[in-house]
Design a protein around this ligand. Structure first.
Ligand SMILES: Nc1nc2c(ncn2[C@@H]2O[C@H](COP(=O)(O)OP(=O)(O)OP(=O)(O)O)[C@@H](O)[C@H]2O)c(=O)[nH]1
Ligand SMILES: [Mg+2]
Length: 364
């Protein structure tokens, strides 16, 4: 069997004083993203700075350090934990002679590998094409020089374009196609509405256990993986509540901090499952030490989607991995909140009762 060589990646992060999320969280997440994309992380470099350097984003002394580290570790990919400008990327690649990508490109690469439905593929290609159009002065020239691999792959068999005119026409084609998909989805939603069954969307940070919860509650058989962004396409199943009521439950794409705005926009068709839902079930990985920061990131995206005022139940998941039970204070802060283990099927009845108690979730 042919196994492509794993790219050897170095991670780079700057600790800005103003950043609310600690760099250690961001970098460990970046490592997870890089591994999910198929790279092997061989080292990392960090720097404290007030603001990014104009030319290289990091300071020029750090560029030298990075070059030496890349040579010592045989790195063929450098991943920045921040959004780089096209000229930053070009300058860095020229100085280092190694492919340089940023967090957004890495996430887009994972999305491209995980897109299976026609809708998912269209959405990812639109996001990549929009990204490439705004970054043509960067990779456009250097991409061919620095070869393929991560951030050069499109969904399925699609080849990424780096030609301004072709990109523009492809973007308008993709938008038209996606309009059709949205129209189809909205017809399906209308059908559901006319069937008068209320809907709940499972939302939350990536890898928090959303698909595991859908499977546990409805035996949906959705793919579960210890990977970031395993789910891109929404799956909807019926859920029968203890009172005898029925609702439709939808598993959705995960959120992550520093999710660029245009990516959220490209996923509009999928995210409409969230904006149209009567109830949000917010799954939180209680075993992640940074779960409160993750909650804030999810709230930010929900705000962007104008869905933050919807009824919301917080589900603290993975309690089987906790050494001591969650504090009453935490559960009180995010009320109504339930602590469960979707994997071990623990306390799911309490969740069902809590869903049952939500006002206005009766058939309309
Ligand atoms: N220990 C433990 N692991 C869990 C639990 N729920 C989910 N997991 C694990 O967490 C990982 C991610 O689970 P998923 O259900 O794929 O998470 P997700 O939120 O759907 O992730 P994305 O679709 O990638 O955003 C898998 O390895 C699951 O087995 C739980 O209650 N306890
Ligand atoms: Mg999932």
């Amino acid at each position: 069997m042919y196994l492509p060589k794993r790219e050897q990646a170095l991670l780079v992060g700057i600790e800005f004083a103003s950043e609310p999320v600690p760099l250690s969280l961001s970098l460990s997440e970046l490592k997870g993203l890089a591994e999910t994309a198929g790279a092997e992380v061989v080292g990392s470099l960090t720097q404290k700075k007030d603001r990014p350097d104009q030319k290289y984003f990091i300071g020029s002394g750090k560029v030298e350090e990075l070059k030496a580290l890349a040579a010592a570790q045989n790195a063929d990919l450098i991943i920045f934990d921040h959004e780089l400008s096209p000229s930053n990327e070009r300058n860095l690649e020229e100085a280092l002679g190694v492919k340089v990508i940023d967090r957004t490109e890495l996430i887009l690469d994972i999305f491209a590998q995980h897109a299976h439905s026609r809708e998912g593929k269209l959405q990812v290609e639109l996001a990549q094409a929009t990204f490439n159009l705004t970054h043509l002065t960067g990779h456009g020239a250097s991409m061919s020089r620095l070869g393929g691999g991560i951030a050069t792959r499109g969904p399925g068999e699609t080849k990424l374009e780096y030609d301004r005119r072709r990109l523009r026409s492809r973007i308008s084609e993709l938008k038209k196609e996606l309009e059709k998909v949205r129209a189809h989805r909205s017809r399906k939603r209308e059908q559901r509405r006319s069937s008068r069954i209320p809907t709940a969307a499972i939302v939350g940070y990536t890898n928090s256990g959303k698909s595991t919860l859908l499977n546990a509650l409805t035996q949906a058989g959705v793919l579960v993986q210890d990977k970031l962004f395993a789910t891109l396409d929404p799956t909807t199943r019926r859920l029968y509540l203890p009172s005898g009521k029925t609702i439709l439950l939808t598993d959705t794409v995960g959120f992550i901090q520093k999710l660029p705005h245009h990516l959220v926009a490209a996923f509009q068709a999928t995210l409409e499952e969230v904006t149209e839902a009567d109830l949000l079930i917010h799954v939180v990985d209680a075993a992640n030490p940074f779960h409160e920061q993750q909650i804030s990131s999810v709230y930010q995206v929900l705000e962007e989607l104008k869905s933050i005022t919807k009824p919301l139940i917080t589900v603290f998941n993975k309690t089987d991995r906790l050494e001591k039970p969650l504090s009453k204070k935490l559960l009180g802060k995010y009320k109504p909140a339930v602590a469960v283990s979707a994997l071990k099927l623990e306390n799911l009845n309490q969740l069902l009762t809590t869903i049952d108690a939500v006002d206005n979730l009766t058939s309309k």
